[in-house]
Design a binder for this molecule. Structure first.
Ligand code: PMV
Length: 312
């Protein structure tokens, strides 16, 4: 990097079509990058002997937010064999936090790209995935790695923990309505809670996870066949299993219900749950109306997005 030139990188958000939580126990998850929401990082060398971190979107970042960003920088630079650089790091993100859209993984991928470029290390998506995942794990404990995989590869993936991700092609673009419940989710707490309940009732939870696996398999078939009605039905079934394992909320259930009543092919929560976002698979000509119905039902916001065959 020349002395004052800023090095800029970015990374998308992600959305889980199916298999969240169960993916922690070996069930495949289907995950898509969302290129319209991004984390942007700029790194500029400075004469001040420290890494100065500015969270551009947050005038008063909390201690936890600052600790997460500086911890991620430390983990990533150490994994690259370096200390923290003397530089100013600026982070801007349009990915809502604690919403199931992968804000922390998006940050970790953008940071991994920035620090690897700073040190002149060219990294393939698999290397960025590994590096970003290390930073996520250090901050969040148990995580399947599904978020960092989707974001580092930037393409739709079928993901099984510990295996190389399998890119899959979409037969056609998907129109999704993403709506925020207005509730703040905590993936880490939800994952820990599911783990405790699964430990005390392993057979029951084994059955729930088998149900999710079956729904995800049907999603794969529907995606290959370009059958949105079958894809939506499998998503709604996945939501029933997510309710059973206790990660939905009355508001998320309500958003799913009104979306299907307003004409969605199917709907479910996405990500860790206990708040965050619901998503609906919409016929293109119903998407705006479905978004409005979700707002009327209490969503903080709703946004229509098209995930194309050539994402991102
Ligand atoms: O980070 P989130 O909220 O999008 O959820 C990630 C998916 C989980 O399956 C709930 C956790 C994990 O590590 O796979």
């Amino acid at each position: 990097m020349s002395p004052r030139a800023a090095l800029r990188t970015s990374a998308p958000a992600k959305i889980i079509l199916g298999g969240e939580h169960a993916v922690v126990y070996g069930v495949p998850a289907l995950v898509l990058p969302l290129s319209g929401l991004r984390t942007e990082v700029s790194l500029r060398e400075s004469n001040i002997p420290k890494l100065r971190i500015l969270l551009g979107d947050l005038p008063n970042p909390s201690e936890a937010q600052m600790a997460f960003v500086s911890g991620a920088c430390r983990t990533i630079t150490a994994a690259l064999g370096h200390g923290l650089p003397d530089a100013t790091l600026e982070v801007r993100s349009s990915v809502p936090i604690a919403s199931g859209l992968g804000s922390s993984a998006s940050l970790c991928v953008a940071l991994s790209r920035a620090f690897s470029r700073l040190h002149g290390t060219s990294m393939a998506p698999a290397d960025i995935q590994r590096l970003a995942n290390e930073a996520e794990q250090a901050a969040h404990g148990r995580a399947s790695g599904v978020d960092t995989a989707a974001i580092a590869w930037g393409r739709p993936l079928r993901f099984v923990t510990g295996q190389p991700p399998e890119p899959f092609a979409l037969a056609g673009p998907l129109t999704l309505v993403i709506a925020h419940s207005g509730e703040v989710g905590s993936t880490q707490a939800a994952v820990m809670d599911v783990a405790l309940r699964r430990d005390s009732e392993p057979d029951l939870y084994g059955g729930y996870f088998a149900g999710i696996r079956e729904a995800v398999d049907r999603m794969v078939q529907a995606l290959q066949a370009g059958d949105p009605a079958a894809l939506g039905a499998a998503m709604t079934d996945n939501q029933r299993w997510l309710q059973a394992i206790g990660v939905s909320t009355p508001m998320l259930d309500r958003l799913v219900r009104v979306a299907t009543q307003a004409g969605a092919h199917g709907a479910k929560l996405t990500g860790g749950g206990w708040g965050g976002c619901a998503m609906a698979l919409a016929p293109e000509d119903r998407a705006e109306a479905i978004g409005r119905a979700m707002i009327d039902a209490g969503a903080a916001w709703a946004q229509v997005t098209t995930v194309g065959a050539s994402q991102p």
